[in-house]
Design a protein around this ligand. Sequence first.
Ligand SMILES: Cc1cc2nc3c(=O)[nH]c(=O)nc-3n(C[C@H](O)[C@H](O)[C@H](O)COP(=O)(O)O)c2cc1C
Length: 180
Amino acid sequence: MDVKQAIFERRSVRKFKNNPVEEEKIIDLLEAARLAPTGSNTQSGRFIVIRSQEMRQTVAQTSHDQKWMAKAPLYIACVADIRARIAEGEFYVDELSSPHEVKQCIRDVAIQAEHIVLRAQELGLSTCWIGWYTQEEIRNVLGVPQDKYVVGILVVGYGYETPSPRPRKSLDEIVHYEKW
Ligand SMILES: Cc1cc2nc3c(=O)[nH]c(=O)nc-3n(C[C@H](O)[C@H](O)[C@H](O)COP(=O)(O)O)c2cc1C
């Protein structure tokens, strides 16, 4: 599979087979995140591998009780460590935080996470991004300190559905040339 095929065939999948994701594939996914580009090579991404049924259920409940999530065998929580850019002092980050450094870290981790998504596709795995939670609640469940931001949780497994493509805007609607 080439990158184009992975991009074209990827869908958000919400039904999964029971098979666990093999350890070597999990490491491969994490490597894909590790090798992603980040601003000034700051590499603020930290990743929590979640496999236990208890943790999966708790995370699913915390994510607006999206019950389908708990059937997937693996989650990877993608966390921005804001300390990569703001080293000193007390710091609390949530949805309302405005410093430029917070946005930079979140941007970088989103790139790292999407590397995981595309590599998963190539490895025959399916994924769905999860972002429907509050920082306070998800951090509490995952034991993440308050100076870090949970950018997304990737639900990963062997898919049990082949969703049709969701609609996208046309290039005409989203592209400008030379200037806005
Ligand atoms: C940042 C982000 C957060 C998302 N959060 C959720 C979520 O909490 N629950 C869910 O079912 N899908 C979630 N999705 C999946 C989107 O609904 C999906 O990507 C979109 O509808 C397009 O469909 P496709 O991924 O199959 O192309 C999320 C996607 C992104 C990128």
